[in-house]
Design a protein around this ligand. Structure first.
Ligand code: ARG
Ligand code: ZN
Length: 877
């Protein structure tokens, strides 16, 4: 960083806004060269502010040119205001006035994709968190809520579709022949929920009748070549609307709900009031171009953004430190929805596996922060796994502690009490406490303490009294700026099994059951289970009832019993992972010592039983069969040796594949059935198991397996099967893999989202000339530095390749750093996210660690955006 370093802002400095904006009237004169924005802000001093004479300070951006400024129609001459650090400061104002402001912006040159920008042929916006200030000067903070009226003026031939929030109130032609569309949103909202779209778009339309019998028009817009891929989204939207009514009593509130797909988007999607804007990767789906995972992602994101209408829009955040108030709660809601639409236990395993891999790593790294951070330099850096996923786990714990009914009473109270307000995480917890009568004061520490708590469990059984004592201790490791931690309150769901895996009933706190929820809130605590017939095997943290690292000294036999018989499906998976982790750790140590790898795998018997049992849920079987990922094994390593981890995983997978070759071949054949594609849970699980079996079977490099891969690739009528076959071919260096890659590209070169999968697969492959290939990809016609999906495909892919990225020459790290430096200027948000793999440098084995550190230092010596500066400087601190 060259001159003046950006500084942090703090939660403790929060003040209510000195001014309010009751009404916001915006006019956009859209044009390919310059766009003129005129705002009329009906402002007054905030009676709740203690600063009665505070100056008016409006936020802007370096890309916003001020043309004119007037107060109550009096043009302010330059000496009556100041422009400093992209802010307008007006010292003397009346108590109530209308501020008129004219600004010039160039959306076509906006590469940050914040504010108003162009994506292919359309204009669109992204205003969360602080994008609105790149459109015009404003009080750009979520606790300033205003009623918006938006006028869009544009060439009606090029931009027949002109959209903003709320309802369209008029549409006409002006004297120049341009179209003038006026939209009005009756619900007061912060500027981050503002949206505008203009383009030549196609639409599909549907209807939803709400609980109270109001008809809502639903519209989904895309460019014409994608309009055949939004039927599934429409279906998911209607199911989400119904589910939110049934599960939470939440009804939609406007007459129209619109979604628009755009190709260039920094994140997944945005919940703008009445006008959601989606990254096309989270909205478009068709059997031939979209995998099952893709379908489930579309379903989840459509639901997530829709659910924000209540958890986010009707009740919003007071300030950005409270981001998890809306995100954690809404992720919890979308997880519940997906669980209800598909299989709850499968969904839980997927979510927890992701949390334990990625969020735990974040919480142990230099960007570790509490779910409610106490400071930040750039808020865009805090759209994190901690805010979203750990935030959701906190809400889930409240749900577990209160139970379904009290939780619903709590959410009803929260929505009723705070409708139309901008509130805090404390307000959410308070509503839950008031509705349930359960004291959550200690529980609130979850919001302010960073780091993943460790819980240790030790059990002892007394034959004579038939009592089982379980001692739990908890501790949270120190994290940046938080050296000491207090004990947390957490629900630990526990069951007991006998040595044959049968569930044991026990008595705890006067309740007889096979499953109990313990409330752990001290650093050490003893729980006594009575009437336990025999020495039990404890099944701990069922359903992953708290986001912690739990340890218990199981024997291999005990883990095998849990894996095959625990009544808690989640813990069956977890026991299998634990078994695999142990074996992989042994192999990793051997690899690090340069020894020949060898192990007698205890997994074989359990896996064989799984494959032989036709009655089990096929998704669960494939999840249990999949070995812990490279990323998860890195997360749990003291010191990460990527090469050793890769070697160990490959060795164990091949060993299992050879030992169970016939079982995998049979499982593949049995599940390779011809059906008309549908993304339903039953079909998805069958494809998942079939492809898991094919992946193992292919590790034997048998001719039969190779033939199966090629034939599936060529004859598949859906992307799940075609892309699975292609990935397997690439990962096992199938003799035909190169020609398969080529034919895949020529088949799909016209489908951007499919091409992105192809880019990622090539960038992620383990090859000696991997970096060369990545460089070529970035020169390929299919690549575009402006498009975040493509950048993420190639550079994200690169980051997951051991031989290319973690190359011992350091060339992979240097290449990523080069790209970060280029993108830092064009798109800071994207650049900052690409830093993540480098921020893990302290945990890497020494030679790699030094190489990564050098690249971070090189980046830091550049003139940096706030986004990249924050991540890189914190990583090196
Ligand atoms: N609120 C959006 C979502 O649900 C994400 C916001 C995008 N933010 C951004 N800085 N681009 O999940
Ligand atoms: Zn969200």
């Amino acid at each position: 960083m060259k001159d003046g370093q950006p500084s942090a802002i703090y939660l403790k400095d929060y003040q209510v806004p000195a001014f309010l904006i009751d009404k916001t009237e915006l006019t956009f004169d859209l044009d390919e060269s310059v766009t003129i924005v005129t705002s009329r802000l009906h402002m007054r001093r905030n009676p709740k502010s203690k600063f009665r004479t505070a100056p008016l300070v409006l936020d802007g951006g370096e890309d916003v040119k001020l043309i004119a400024l007037a107060m109550d129609d009096y043009q302010l001459p330059p000496e009556e205001y100041r422009l400093r650090n992209h802010q307008i400061i007006i010292t003397a104002t009346a108590d109530e006035f209308v501020l008129t402001c004219e600004t010039l912006i160039e959306p076509q040159n906006n590469t940050r994709l914040e504010g108003l920008y162009r994506s292919s042929s359309m204009f669109c916006t992204q205003c969360e968190a602080e994008g609105f200030r790149h459109i015009t000067y404003y009080l750009d903070r979520p606790d300033v809520m205003s009623v918006f009226t938006t006028t869009i003026i544009a060439d009606g031939d090029k931009y027949p579709v002109l959209l903003s929030n709320g309802n369209e109130v008029s549409r006409s032609l002006n004297e120049e022949g341009k179209t003038v569309a006026v939209w009005h949103d009756p619900f007061p909202k912060p500027a981050y929920l503002f949206a505008l779209v203009a383009g030549n778009l196609e639409v599909i339309e549907d209807q939803f009748t709400t609980l109270s019998n109001r008809a809502v028009t639903l519209k989904i817009f895309t460019e014409s070549h994608n309009i055949d891929k939004v039927d599934y989204s429409m279906d998911a939207l209607k199911r989400s609307m119904k589910w939110d009514e049934e599960k939470y009593g939440r009804e939609y509130d406007l007459d129209i709900f619109m979604i628009v797909a755009v190709d260039d988007f920094n994140m997944g999607a945005m919940e703008n009031k009445g006008l959601n804007v989606f990254n096309s990767s989270c909205l478009l789906a068709s059997p031939k171009t979209t995998t099952d995972d893709g379908y489930q992602r579309v379903e989840a994101v459509v639901a997530h953004e829709y659910f924000h209408n209540w958890s986010g829009n009707r009740v919003t955040c007071r300030d950005w430190f409270q981001l998890s108030l809306k995100e954690g709660f809404t992720v919890f809601r979308d997880q519940q929805f997906s669980a209800d639409m598909n299989s709850p236990v499968v969904k839980r395993v997927e979510d927890v596996s992701f949390l334990k891999t990625a969020q735990f790593a974040e919480d142990a790294g230099p960007m570790s922060h509490p779910v409610r951070p106490s400071s930040f330099i750039e808020i865009s850096n805090f759209y994190t796994l901690t805010i979203y996923e750990k935030g959701s786990e906190i809400v889930r714990m409240i749900h577990t502690l209160l139970g379904e009914d009290s939780f619903r009473k709590g959410s009803d109270l929260y929505f009723e009490r705070h409708d139309g307000q901008a509130v805090t995480c404390d307000d959410f917890v308070q509503a839950m406490q008031d509705a349930s009568g359960i004291d959550l004061s200690q529980f609130k520490r979850w919001y302010s303490q960073a780091g993943t708590p460790r819980v240790e469990a030790v059990g002892s059984y007394d034959e004579v009294t038939k009592t089982y004592q379980l001692t739990l201790t908890q501790a949270t490791p120190p994290t940046a700026n938080q050296p000491t931690k207090l004990p947390l309150l957490m629900p630990i769901r526990v069951g007991l099994l006998d040595e044959n895996g049968k569930a044991l009933t026990s008595e705890l706190n006067g309740k007889n059951d096979t499953s109990h929820v313990l409330t752990l809130n001290l650093s050490e605590q003893v729980f006594e289970f009575k009437q336990v017939d025999t020495a039990p095997i404890p099944s701990l943290l069922r359903g992953f009832s708290a986001p912690v690292k739990l340890s218990y000294d199981y024997t291999v036999e005990q883990l095998s019993i849990l894996m095959s018989s625990d009544e808690d499906g989640f813990n069956r998976w977890n026991a299998a992972q634990e078994l695999a982790v142990r074996e992989l750790n042994t192999l990793i140590s051997q690899a690090r010592r340069g020894e020949v790898l060898s192990i007698e795998s205890q997994l074989l018997l359990g896996f064989k039983a799984l494959l032989d049992d036709q009655s089990l849920d096929k998704s669960m079987v494939s999840l249990i069969l999949s070995l812990p990922s490279q990323a998860y094994l890195s997360e749990i390593s003291e010191e990460v040796d990527p090469q050793a981890i890769k070697q160990a995983r490959t060795y164990l997978k091949q060993l299992i594949a050879r030992a169970l070759e016939q079982e995998f071949a049979n499982c593949y054949e049995a599940n390779n059935v011809d059906v008309d594609y549908s993304p339903d849970a039953q079909q998805i699980s069958q494809r998942q198991l079939k492809n898991a079996a094919l992946s193992y079977w292919s590790e034997t490099n048998s001719v039969a397996a190779e033939r199966a891969v090629l034939s599936q690739f060529q004859s598949a009528d859906n992307m799940t099967d075609q892309f699975s076959a292609l990935s397997i071919a690439v990962n096992t260096t199938h003799p035909e893999f190169q020609s398969m890659l080529d034919s895949f590209y020529s088949q799909w070169s016209h489908e951007a989202l499919v091409v992105n999968k192809w880019l990622m697969l090539i960038a992620a492959q383990e090859a000696d000339n991997g970096l060369e290939q990545v460089k070529q990809l970035m020169q390929h016609d299919a690549f575009d530095l402006k498009n975040p999906n493509k950048v993420r495909a190639v550079l994200g892919g690169l980051g997951s390749s051991v031989s290319t990225f973690h190359n011992e020459t350091g060339a992979g790290y240097a290449f990523l750093a080069d790209q970060i430096i280029v993108l830092n200027k064009r798109n800071p948000q994207l650049a900052s996210r690409l830093c993540t793999p480098l921020t893990r440098w302290r945990k890497m084995k020494p030679n790699l660690s030094v190489l990564m550190q050098k690249q971070l230092e090189r980046i830091l010596s550049e003139e940096l955006s706030k986004d990249v500066f924050e991540v890189v400087s914190k990583s090196l601190a």
